[in-house]
Design a protein around this ligand. Structure first.
Ligand SMILES: [Fe+2]
Ligand SMILES: [Fe+2]
Length: 284
């Protein structure tokens, strides 16, 4: 079992620019997409974990499900603060939250608990190789960014590393079939991709006052190619039978983050540049 801690911090993103890292406009947009999509994703996972508890007899697994669901709930609240700050400047962005909520609510309603748990296990397995690549290259991706969002994302991604096995532990306890998960993995990935595609289209519509680079090209163009290839291979491997996130290569930054948090440092200012404030709002 993992040793999960539910950590709550008082995040504040008031006035944060849409491009919160001027050196990385496309990466900034990708992280904004994550903010808007992940709120309903993580709430869905939290609800699925609550539903799963009554089907779990092993007390340790039950505890894992509870803490995992709570961590995701806290992440969703932090991203909601970021989304609210952007919606205050660009009110049309509310439509992204609404569409994501509708989509996950429908999935919660129409699919089985087995499906929800398979969805959580498949997606969460992808996160370890993906977020490891981001955390390993934090200097490139976050050093010039607003410290509030850079620090929030680093906290979130470290906790994703921390609970990397939780969804699979719960899935194996309640469902257990690899083939059920494998059969459904493609539509699950398609679902997430559609929400990401929708979110960037809405950004283009409602946030016109940013350089076109914010919407074009590879968000990881500045990350060395071998690292992005390793991440892509890790994502592919994460969907294979016998894959266990517990034994994945981990980013060294996780231990550094935990050490600084235990040392009582202000987690909200771990990384990046002093808070940035955007000019007056413009809506399309
Ligand atoms: Fe999360
Ligand atoms: Fe997660």
């Amino acid at each position: 079992m993992s040793n999960l801690e539910v950590r709550k911090f008082d995040w504040d993103f008031e006035g944060i620019p849409f491009i919160w890292n001027p050196e990385q406009p496309r990466f900034s947009t990708l992280m904004n997409q994550i903010t808007f999509v992940i709120i309903s994703f993580e709430r869905y996972i939290s609800k699925a974990m609550r539903q799963a508890e009554s089907r779990i007899t092993n007390e340790e697994v039950k505890r894992e499900a509870r803490l995992f669901g709570q961590q995701e709930g806290v992440h969703a609240s932090a991203h909601m603060k970021h989304a609210r700050a952007l919606i205050a400047r660009y009110p049309g962005l509310q439509t992204i939250l609404d569409e994501c909520n509708e989509s996950y609510d429908a999935q919660l309603e129409n699919e089985s608990l087995e499906y929800h748990l398979a969805y959580a296990a498949s997606m969460e397995a992808i996160f370890t190789p993906f977020f490891k690549m981001i955390l390993d290259h934090r200097e490139i991706l976050f050093a010039d960014g607003d410290e509030r969002l850079s620090s929030m994302l680093l906290w979130h991604f470290c906790e994703e590393i921390e609970h990397r096995s939780s969804a699979l532990i719960v899935y194996d306890e309640v469902v257990g079939s690899y083939w059920y998960r494998f059969r459904n993995a493609k539509p699950m990935r398609k679902h997430v991709r559609a929400l990401f595609d929708m979110s960037i289209e809405r950004f283009k519509e409602h946030v016109p006052d940013v350089p076109h680079e914010a919407y074009e090209g590879n968000p990881f163009a500045s990350v060395p190619r071998p690292a992005t290839l390793r991440s892509a291979f890790g994502i592919f491997a994460s969907q294979m039978p016998l894959h266990d996130p517990t034994h994945q290569p981990l980013p060294a930054y996780y231990d550094e983050w935990i050490g600084r948090w235990r040392g009582g440092e202000d987690v909200r200012k771990f990384y990046g540049q002093p808070a940035m404030h955007a000019a007056k709002p413009q809506e399309a």
